[in-house]
Structure formats: C-alpha cells, structure tokens
Design a protein. Structure first.
Length: 582
C-alpha cells in the first residue's frame, strides 16, 4: 500500500461521509412531517420513546445527530430527561441500519441475481435517476428523492473506493499482525472509541471496519471489541453539543455516554468470559460485511434490552454526575441545536408560537375584564405577559430567520412565513392589552364613569373583540382555515362599530352627556379594540395563506370579501348580533 492508496482511502472516506450527509438531509426533508409526528407522540412511556429514537435515527442515518437533537430538546424544555433516555436508547439501535446498507458491498458470486444486488451494479442506475430528478424537475419532493439517490450512490461509491484502497493490505504481514494485537479486547475498544471520536460518526467507523474486513485479516475476535468502542466514541458529538446548555441537557449527554460505557463494560466482560472459557472458533474466523453488521445490531439491541428496565437508575446517575447548583438556571426557549433538523426545529418554533398566542390573547381578555372590574393582580399579569410576548417575538423571530436559510419544502416555507408574520401581530395584541389596562386604570383613578348608552355600546364592542380574538386564536392553533374565514366579516363589523361609536360619542359631547376626560378614554378604548381586530384579521389571513401555501395576505383578504356568499352571510349575522343591540 503506497501513498496513492492512502490518498484514495481518504478520498473514499470523504465521499462516504458526504454521501451519508446529503442522503440523511434529503431523507429528513422528505420525511419532515413524519419526523414531527414521531416527536409529537413522545410520552414518558419507555417503548414509545425507544421506537421514536429508532425511527428518527433510521431516517436521518445518524445516532449522533439524533442525540444532539435530543440535547437541544431537553435544553429547550421540550422533552424531559426521562423521555430523552428512551430516545437515546432507540437511537443506538437505529444507527445499525447503515451497517446493513453497507453490507450490500460484501455480496459476491457469479449468479446474475447476486451480481444485481451488488452496489457496483445498481448504484450507477440510481445515480442516473437521481441526477435527472435533481436537475430536471421543479418539484421539491422529487428533487429530495433525487438527492437521496445521489447521496446513496455517493456513499456506496465511497465504500467501494475505501475497500479497493485497502485491498492491498491483505498481503502485508505487518497489517495482519496489527489486527492480532486488537484481539486484546481492551485495546480494540480504545481503538474503536478513538477512531469514532475523531470522525464523529459510528456509521462511518463501522464502514471503515467493513472495508478493512474485505482484506480477510479482521477476525470477529478483533472486530467485536472495536464495534463496542465505536459506541463510546460516538458520544463525543453529544458531549461537545452539551457545552453551554442547561444542567438537564448536560445530563442527557452524560446519559448517552454512561449508557454506552455501562453496556460496553458488561458486554466486554461477557465477551472475554466466553472467549476464555469456550474459545469459540467463530472468534478466529475472518469477519464479513454482513457479519460486522450483525455484530453491530446484536450488541446495540443487547445493551438496550439490558438497560431499558434500568432507565430510572441511569437518570439518577445523571443527577449524580451533574448535580443541581445552588441557583436556579434559566433555559433558552429555543435551542440552535434543533436547526440540524429544520423540520423539527420549525415544529418547535410553531409550538412556542402557540404559547405566545395564548399569552397575548389571555392578556387581552384580562384587560377587557379589568374594564368591568379592576384587579391589581390581573393588571400585573397583563404587564408581565406583554414583556413575555416581547421576548417571544425576539426569540422566535431570530430562530425563524435562521430556519429560513435551511432547505425547506413548500409547506415548511409557508409555515415559516406565516409564523414570522403572526408573531408580530400577537405581540401588538399584547401591547393593546396594556393600553386597554391603562385606560381602565385611568378611569379608576379619576372616577370616570360612562353613561348608560355609552356603557351599552362599550359592552357590545368588548364582546365583539373577545369573539374575534377567540376565533383568530383557535384558527391559528388548529390551523383551521374554515375558522379563519369567520374572522374577516367580524373585523369589518368592528370597523363599522368604531365609526358608529365615534359618531355617537361626538353627539353626546355636544349634548353635554359626556365629559372631555371620559371622551379621551373612550376614544383610546375603541381605537385599541379596532386595532386588535385588525391584527386578528392578519392572523386569520396568514392561516388561510399557509393552507394554500401562498403568502399574499392582501390578495387573500380581497378575494374573501369580493363576491363571496359565505362572507356576506356571516357579515349580516355579525351585524345583527353586535350593531343591532346598540
């Protein structure tokens, strides 16, 4: 093996890693909705978390990426440490899928069917189909399928290149002696851990081991400890990712490490005992591609079955390794580690926006209640909610901008645009809640009381405002375009109410039925409520646009108002409900 073989090996490894990366990214985009669904079904149940981790890792082809994602979830308080433990265990099983894919390279035989199963036979066809889909189609889903095929072809070509580069090692006695050294299981574990920590991918290190196995110099006795060590080495990514996170996120990373170390120690003791007592002939045989994949799967499944019942002990160990500090810590609501999986990052931003929406609408409802009966505690809650929505807007807005730089499909792009627009409207609703509260406090301090007719009109406007806020909130949270269609006709009725109430207020001023100070408060209140209805209309419009994957808000509202029987019917219904009573 000369310098050119070494360069070929490095090139093959680079192609392998690149192919795995682009295939995983494309698979993730294609399966974005299903990934969100898997994460959304997470419960404290052991099996649900286990299968979630297995499924997500099988899709994105990286247990390291899944674990980093889990660290981000825990850091964002979107997942508990107990849930994280089960997902991490599932990720360890899910990562074995890659080794089975790579084992196709080990197929040999003169039979036509076997030749067709070899990657060197079918990957050129997959690459051709992939490049056609990627370059000559406009549909993003088809482009992603093309990227999956291209990534797979690149990965397998890299594997074939590595196998060819090391094939000359089979005739070098020193190489054979090197793997005799690895029969010392502790040395094998160390080598596997160090190699995997360097390249930060257990799948890649398993691929390298399979390529070396093609020389016939790697025995099962040497390969099995290396596979055990690879599971420890892959933890380095999560450990690095946990730097600067909350204590619970650090605990999640240490659970990953302790799970693999404990599993490796137990299996290593069992392996050494079996080797010493029975000395099975299998341990001396040359490992094959499929044999390494089998060992990888059996080891990970065995560790999971062994430690799954003891997940509570792993949780306690994590608390021992990372104890609580004296001062409580504040976690970030969204973690940039989630950006590694844009579909899930977007879902997390979506969920946090629901919290923002609830905070803003609750504040608005409490401010209207304070008009009727002032409550000091509610007043403070309204002001705290306004501060909270300001922080929400900064955090979610910055996060969505970063998500938008990632490759998103049409639905995800429409959702990101909807959220960016909606957070501004919810923030303004909370501002108007504070404005309404200040008007209530001014009335209380100055002893301002509205006349009976003014009070009746204000009650009607408050009721209409409460209804439109509730309608827009439900439409947004449920992403219900039918519910969103109810908002615009009510917003138009509130606009009419504002003009009518302003005219009647001027009449009362002329007749001396209303004072100047009460007039200023009155004007502020109806203006704030009308603007709240405008923001509700914007939110409903965003929901309608997102359902159509079209972000032309003004055009959508224009079409809703023009020649629409449903709109006219609801407008008439709201007119009777709110204008007729004043």
């Amino acid at each position: 093996m000369d310098i050119f073989d070494v360069l070929t090996l490095i090139g093959g490894l680079c192609l392998f890693l690149f192919g795995m990366n682009i295939m995983g990214s494309a698979l993730e985009r294609s399966a974005g909705n299903r990934l969100e669904s898997m994460i959304g079904k997470l419960t404290s149940g052991k099996l649900s978390g286990l299968f979630t981790g297995l499924g997500v890792t099988a899709v994105i082809q990286s247990s390291s990426a899944t674990t980093v994602m889990v660290v981000g979830f825990v850091n964002s308080r979107l997942m508990t440490l107990k849930q994280a433990i089960h997902v991490i265990m599932g990720a360890n099983i899910g990562t074995t899928v890659t080794a089975w894919i790579l084992s196709l390279s080990g197929i040999s035989g003169s039979n036509m069917f076997l030749k067709l199963l070899k990657p060197s036979s079918f990957t050129p066809v997959l690459a051709l189909i992939g490049i056609v889909l990627f370059m000559f189609t406009r549909n993003n889903k088809k482009k992603d399928i093309g990227m999956v095929l291209l990534g797979f072809a690149t990965l397998m070509f890299g594997m074939e290149t590595m196998t060819g580069a090391v094939s000359g090692l089979r005739d070098i006695p020193a190489f054979q002696q090197l793997f005799l050294m690895f029969k010392n299981p502790i040395l094998g574990v160390l080598v596997g851990a160090i190699l995997t920590a360097i390249i930060q991918s257990s799948s890649a290190s398993v691929g390298i081991l399979q390529a070396l196995a093609a020389t016939g110099s790697v025995s099962y006795g040497a390969a099995i400890p290396i596979i055990m060590g690879q599971n420890i080495g892959t933890c380095i990514t999560a450990i690095i990712s946990s730097v600067g996170t909350t204590k619970n996120a650090k605990r999640a990373a240490f659970v990953h490490l302790s799970f693999n170390i404990i599993g490796t120690v137990i299996c290593l003791i069992a392996f050494s005992a079996i080797n010493a007592i029975f000395a099975p002939a299998l341990f001396g045989e040359s490992a094959t591609f499929a044999g390494i994949a089998t060992c990888h799967s059996v080891f990970n499944v065995a560790c999971t079955l062994l430690l799954l019942p003891m997940s509570g002990l792993l949780e306690k160990l994590a608390y021992k390794l990372v104890p609580d500090g004296k001062l409580p810590e504040k976690a970030a609501e969204l973690d940039e580690r989630l950006l590694a999986t844009p579909a899930i990052a977007l879902e997390c931003a979506h969920n946090l926006t629901f919290d923002m929406a609830r905070t803003a609408t609750d504040a608005l409802k409490m401010s209207l209640e304070c008009l009727e009966t002032y409550d000091k505690q509610k007043a403070q809650t309204i002001r705290d909610s306004e501060d909270k929505t300001d922080r929400f807007e900064d955090i979610i807005g910055s996060f969505l901008v970063k998500i938008s730089t990632k490759q998103l499909n049409e639905r995800e792009g429409a959702t990101a645009s909807m959220l960016l627009k909606a957070i501004g409207d919810f923030e303004r609703i909370s501002d108007h809640a504070v404005n309404i509260l200040e008007s209530a406090e001014e009335m209380r301090e100055k002893g301002i009381v509205f006349s009976e007719s003014a009070k009746r009109e204000m009650d009607a406007l408050c009721a209409a405002t409460l209804e439109i806020v509730s309608l827009s909130y439900i439409a947004f949270v449920e992403e219900n375009s039918e519910q969103a269609n109810l908002v615009e006709p009510l917003e138009q009725v509130i606009d009419r109410m504002k003009e009518l109430l302003r005219t009647r207020h001027i009449d009362r001023l002329r007749m001396g039925d209303c004072g100047i100070e009460a007039g200023f408060v009155w004007s502020d209140l109806i203006t704030n409520m009308e603007r709240v209805s405008d923001h509700c209309s914007n939110i409903a419009g965003c929901v309608m646009d997102a359902s159509e994957q079209n972000m032309n808000l003004h055009e959508s509202l224009k079409m809703l108002r023009s020649d629409n029987e449903f709109y006219r019917e609801k407008y008439s219904e709201y007119t009777k409900k709110y204008l007729s009573c004043i």
